[in-house]
Design a binder for this molecule. Structure first.
Ligand code: ADP
Ligand code: ZN
Ligand code: MG
Length: 663
């Protein structure tokens, strides 16, 4: 990751649900995992129906074959050798064909015979079986009586065909029964697994989804293009010994399209897609999860090039031993997963995609090189993205001419793809209930109201909140732009990300191991720029700056105690060690200095922070027009990139103040 997100307007931590970590259960998640647990009742019914159908088909085939066999011989009488001999003597045999011990013939005039069962039959075609050693005088007799006779080789094709035709129905029946029973015993195994028949046998799937079906997540798409290329022509990559992407972790809030993207990668590369959800691995007997992982990987390897997709990987991949009631099954499954990830042959073109909305708790072992060492962030869409998603999902919905998708996209900040798909669905249902020919703008507006009221958390921030966030982030960005010694601002957004309601991104110019005092001071000013903008532009301050203030305090304290940047205290290190950029609270370690020194340290930290804050306020007040423009632009576009920022700076005449911060 080259972009470093530092300053964010924070969600009030007292709000119970972390924004984005929970979603309303009002059906907006539908279709995310494709098929939940199967209802055992219906599948049992289906299975019995299959058995019955198979038996009927088998019986029918049997009948057909045996009948057709019989019908060719239906009017042929079976007669004893003696009767035959008699008929020859009586000059009544017209012709005769020998085939092995069998002989069939035609009589001149029909006769009536009684068979062993007492049935009578009349006809002129007959069959009899010759005597075991043949009859040496028969040929002479036949010639004498002028019977037309011939012979066929004993092992005739007909015989083989007959045998096959007789046996085939049985083979079919036995084969079907075998398959049915094997399936039945398989599912039984799952029924016995504590009744949790969540068995979704890993099936090969070839999704027709493409990147065109996914919108508003262009960065993630760009990151995945390489994976598609690799799967399309693995030889090309392997020939040069290049490192192939093995594991890619898709990270993002629920409903942003992670599953959809994974399927689109498979669709784009037209390779088979093997998917399983993390929770499916865990909720079964010990050892079953691990063997499912093995199955999954075995199948995918056989079908290489292919994709394995593990949804909700946090269900298996949580840090081991982090909870007291450790879950053996989960750990076994996780270990198996690690083994499988390592066990790939370099020639096997199998890419493992995984999705999660909680990447922090993942076991570090999963993220090591060769495993899930690539991370693709799937962000909430900004309004352009939302518009594109609305367009995709309304493609097959007849829209009335008054529908303005742009205004709907504008009115739904914070909503993700699944929310928007749900919105369109609700609007279409509403239109159907009202017997309309097309979905109207009113349908959309009413559905949106309904969804917003039904949602557990506010899906959409109020106008006033958005205004504060826009000014806050604008303040971070502008203070960054106006100072020389800071990293360039790459992007500002008021689209929520994780805990943050807005983010300003900076790209460090190079890896820094040394921070100059100027750099650190500029950092303090930018970090306080958010809070300062609230004061300058809105007149009151909010709780959104908590994270900023923690960072500021940590940096200022380090400047004083570690780096000797306070003239009053001089160049002395007061051994307090922590990462100045982690923003963590200060450790209460043992101190090596007096109470008096401690008080001076506090005063100095205070002084530095105050100075930085007043500088931030000064900068923003001096460039109020620019600040207003940035905030307005943020409200309009939600995301503003470096180029747009630069344009605003030039247009408002602020550019001259900070020539060096542009590169
Ligand atoms: P996730 O896996 O991130 O929770 P899903 O991929 O399951 O989200 O998304 C659920 C549904 O929402 C998708 O099937 C799709 O209809 C819709 N959706 C979500 N994100 C997008 C997007 N970026 N573009 C188009 N549709 C989307
Ligand atoms: Zn902030
Ligand atoms: Mg999903």
């Amino acid at each position: 990751m080259d972009a470093q997100a530092i300053y964010m307007y924070q969600n009030n931590p007292n709000d119970p649900p972390a924004r984005g970590s929970q979603r309303p259960g009002n059906g907006s998640n539908k279709g995310s995992n494709g098929g939940g647990p199967k209802d055992t009742g219906t599948s049992l019914l289906i299975r019995s129906i299959i058995i019955v159908v198979v038996l009927l088909v088998g019986w029918y085939l049997f009948e057909v074959f045996t009948q057709s066999n019989n019908s060719s011989t239906a009017n042929v009488m079976e007669i004893p050798y003696s009767t035959f001999y008699q008929q020859v003597e009586n000059n009544n045999v017209k012709s005769l064909v020998f085939q092995g011990q069998d002989a069939t013939g035609v009589l001149n005039s029909a006769i009536t015979v009684h068979d062993v069962n007492g049935n009578t039959k009349t006809g002129n075609q007959f069959h009899f079986t010759q005597l075991a050693n043949g009859d040496p005088q028969l040929t002479a007799l036949l010639i004498q009586k002028q019977v037309n006779f011939s012979a066929k080789p004993a092992s005739d094709n007909n015989l083989v065909l007959n045998i096959i035709l007789n046996i085939l129905p049985w083979i079919l029946i036995i084969g079907f029964l075998f398959l049915v029973f094997r399936n039945a015993s398989r599912s039984q195994q799952n029924i016995f697994s504590f009744g949790k028949s969540r068995a979704k046998v890993v099936l090969e799937d070839r999704p027709g989804t493409t990147f065109a079906d996914v919108a508003g997540v262009d960065e993630a798409k760009n990151d995945l293009v390489e994976v598609v290329e690799f799967l399309k022509t693995p030889q090309k990559f392997q020939r040069l010994g290049g490192k192939i992407p093995r594991g890619v972790l898709l990270v993002g809030p629920p409903g942003t399209g992670k599953t959809l993207l994974a399927r689109a990668v498979a669709g784009e590369a037209s390779v088979p897609f093997f998917s399983m959800s993390g929770s499916e691995f865990v909720e079964v007997l010990v050892g079953v999860g691990a063997s499912r992982v093995r199955d999954l990987f075995d199948q995918a390897k056989k079908a290489s090039p292919s994709i394995i997709f593990i949804d909700e990987i946090d269900a298996v991949g949580r840090q081991r031993g982090s909870s007291i009631n450790s879950n053996d099954e989960r750990e076994q499954t996780l270990n198996q997963l690690l083994v499988e990830m390592d066990g790939f042959d370099t020639r096997q073109a199998v890419v493992v995609l995984a999705a999660t909305n909680r990447p922090d708790g993942l076991d570090k072992a999963l993220l090591r090189p060769g495993r899930f060492d690539r991370r693709v962030t799937v962000e909430r869409p900004d309004w352009n993205g939302r518009l594109a998603i609305l367009k995709i999902h309304s493609h097959d919905v007849p829209l009335a001419s008054d529908v303005d998708l742009i205004s709907i996209a504008r009115a739904t900040p914070g909503m993700v793809g699944a929310d928007l798909a749900n919105l369109i669905n609700e609007a279409a249902l509403l239109a159907a209930r009202r017997n309309l020919d097309a979905v109207t703008q009113v349908c959309f507006e009413e559905s949106l109201d309904k969804i917003l009221i039904g949602a557990e958390r506010p899906l959409i921030l109020s106008d006033a909140d958005l205004n504060v966030i826009a000014y806050h982030e604008g303040g971070h960005a502008l203070t960054g732009l106006l100072q020389e010694n800071v990293d360039p601002v790459t992007k500002v957004t008021i689209v929520p990300r994780g805990q943050a309601l807005g983010v300003t991104q900076y790209t460090p110019l190079d890896d820094r191991y040394n921070y100059s005092q100027d750099y650190l001071e500029a950092q303090l000013v930018t970090a306080l720029g958010g809070r300062a903008a609230e004061e300058v532009a809105i007149g009151h301050i909010t709780t959104g700056a908590e994270n900023d203030l923690q960072r500021v305090t940590a940096i200022a304290r380090q400047m004083v105690t570690r780096w000797g940047m306070s003239e009053r205290l001089g160049t002395i290190s007061f051994s307090e060690r922590e990462d100045p950029f982690a923003g963590t609270s200060l450790a209460t370690g043992s101190r090596e200095y007096s109470e008096k020194t401690a008080a001076v340290i506090d005063e100095e930290v205070n002084r530095i922070v105050k100075w930085a804050y007043s500088r931030a306020v000064g900068l923003l007040a001096d460039h109020r027009v620019t600040l207003d423009r940035i905030a307005k632009s943020l409200r309009l576009h939600e995301t503003v990139d470096a180029k747009q920022l630069r344009e605003i700076m030039i247009e408002t005449g602020a550019i001259d103040a900070a020539p060096a911060s542009y590169r």
